[in-house]
Design a protein around this ligand. Structure first.
Ligand code: ADP
Ligand code: ZN
Ligand code: MG
Length: 491
């Protein structure tokens, strides 16, 4: 993306961006946070509502236990400490899709604090601090489009009011748009592994607001920040930050001042636009929610929740690199989703030689996928299929060359390995000694020069002969057997 705002390299180098992200994640509970209405996405407008989530006077909220468990699980996965006692608070503001006139959130005593996410940075790793993870209810949705007449109208759908959210607030530790992108990618991956959200950005299950400021390099105090809201992909957030940083540097360089404000990103133009000046916390008049008791997560409950904590992606990658001898890159690909990593490990563990499964994925599968431009999730050969083929090689039933040919057929036909293996009549490599000996005689007769060299002491010629015999057998010979027979024949 190119923007019209590109401060000179010299000007850009004088400044250092500071970025902090606020991420809202919708929890996958069946019912809302304070009532038993369904959270299902896509239901007819205003069908999943009741007096509690509509904010009728006198209706009382009752906290959903599952919401607390999901939120705590996510917080733990983000290395946060769970506060034994946290407090719900009212955040007061007027908005048409907020019928109560306030949102129940948490303020000075959030559910969890002091976490971090590690991101790759400069060839090493960097910790981005997580200030807090707190619980809150979602607001409704204003619909500005889809009306038959041209008049400007807005409709309100309150199905989303009271849907459970966690807000994950980062420390201003992020130094570049790329780091912001990495942070979000890791965050999403971790949350997906815990299973508490589907993190579907199109459906609004994951939303991110990006705070950004610039300061002269070496200055301690932060500059004034702006907040970019409602950006609907990680890529656009990165682009929006690139633009916004350049804009701020321009303003400051030309002697201007940054106004603290909320800005919107227009992805078509690659620009941000000022929307409104940002409210200060005191404008919200936060106060403790009188209709809800303090939330207590005691040690016993915490221990129960901890049991549901899966092995997290980074730890899993490190273990897989060690356990299967694969590269960091392949571990990254294989842990793309928890389900893929589970499939791989289940297949590898059931195979005779787990490392061979990993090797085949690395040496035979990845390249073919890449050549075809197919993601591993759409691979014609499943992890189970790789394991079946690995066992066939391991037992000597098929040769490496045969496996390669069979993989090619799988990709041509878009079918899994076991099926193609059957279709091909379950071929086996040749272990017929007399047939092989005949081929060996032919090969030796056809290559007198090489034979002479071998006899003169050039033992590396053995490899050449093995290769020739394999070729003559169309890859169907057992290489080990060929080796043995050749040595015997050559004396
Ligand atoms: P606000 O009161 O405006 O919501 P917070 O202090 O709660 O501000 O911070 C909100 C987010 O903005 C956090 O992720 C924080 O790390 C980040 N942040 C705070 N100050 C700055 C700054 N000067 N520049 C960039 N990001 C900042
Ligand atoms: Zn309800
Ligand atoms: Mg804040």
């Amino acid at each position: 993306m190119s923007t019209s705002l590109e401060p000179s390299v010299a000007a850009a180098a004088k400044y250092e961006p500071v970025i902090g992200l606020e991420v809202h994640v919708q929890l996958l509970t069946a019912t809302k946070i304070f009532c038993s209405c369904s959270t299902r996405f896509g239901a007819p407008p205003n069908s999943n509502v009741c007096p509690v989530c509509l904010g009728m006077p006198g209706a009382l909220p009752v906290l959903n236990r599952k919401v607390v468990e999901y939120a705590a699980l996510a917080a733990m996965a983000l290395n946060c400490r769970i506060n034994e006692t946290s407090i719900f608070a009212r955040k007061n503001y007027f908005y048409p899709d907020l019928p109560k006139g306030y949102q129940i959130s948490q303020y000075d005593k959030p559910l969890a604090e002091h976490g971090f996410i590690e991101v790759p940075s400069d060839g090493g790793r960097k910790r981005i601090g997580i200030t807090r993870v707190h619980l809150e209810e979602d607001a409704g949705k204003s619909l500005h489009e889809g009306f038959s007449d041209a008049a400007e109208k807005t409709a309100i759908d309150l199905n989303r009011t009271g849907v459970p959210l966690i807000e994950i607030v980062s420390e201003p530790d992020i130094a570049t748009p790329d780091e912001a992108y990495e942070y979000l990618t890791r965050l999403k991956e971790i949350i997906l592994y815990t299973g508490v959200s589907d993190c579907n950005m199109e459906e609004g299950s994951l939303r991110c607001d990006a705070n950004v400021s610039v300061r002269p390099r070496g200055q301690k105090e932060f500059g004034t920040k702006t907040e970019i809201k409602n950006v609907n992909s990680f890529r656009f957030i990165r682009e929006a930050l690139v633009y916004e940083i350049a804009r701020q540097i321009e303003v400051v360089e030309s002697g201007g001042k940054i106004t603290q404000e909320t800005r919107l990103y227009n992805a078509n133009e690659g620009k941000t636009y000022g929307m409104r000046s940002k409210e200060q916390a005191h404008d919200y008049r936060y106060f403790p929610e009188p209709d809800l008791l303090p939330l207590v997560v005691d040690e016993k409950w915490k221990a129960e929740i901890t049991k549901a904590l899966p092995e997290l992606p980074e730890a899993r990658r490190q273990r897989m690199v060690k356990e299967y001898g694969i590269t960091d890159y392949d571990a990254q690909v294989l842990t793309f989703s928890k389900s893929l990593a589970d499939q791989f490990e289940a297949a590898a563990k059931a195979a005779k030689n787990p490392k061979r499964v990993a090797n085949l994925v690395q040496s035979e599968l990845m390249g073919r996928l890449k050549a075809k431009g197919v993601e591993i999730e759409q691979s014609p050969i499943s992890m189970k299929g790789v394991a079946v083929s690995a066992d066939l090689v391991e037992s000597g039933t098929i040769s490496g060359k045969m496996l390669k040919d069979l993989y090619d057929l799988c990709f041509e036909r878009g079918k899994d390995f076991p099926q193609v293996y059957d279709e091909e009549g379950r071929p086996q490599q040749s272990t017929d000694t007399s047939a092989l000996e005949k081929i060996i005689d032919e090969v030796l007769a056809a290559n007198p020069k090489q034979l002479e060299q071998y006899r003169a002491g050039k033992k590396t010629m053995l490899g050449f002969f093995v290769g020739q015999v394999m070729k003559a057998s169309k890859g169907q010979a057992n290489p080990q057997l060929v080796n043995e027979l050749l040595i015997k024949k050559l004396g």
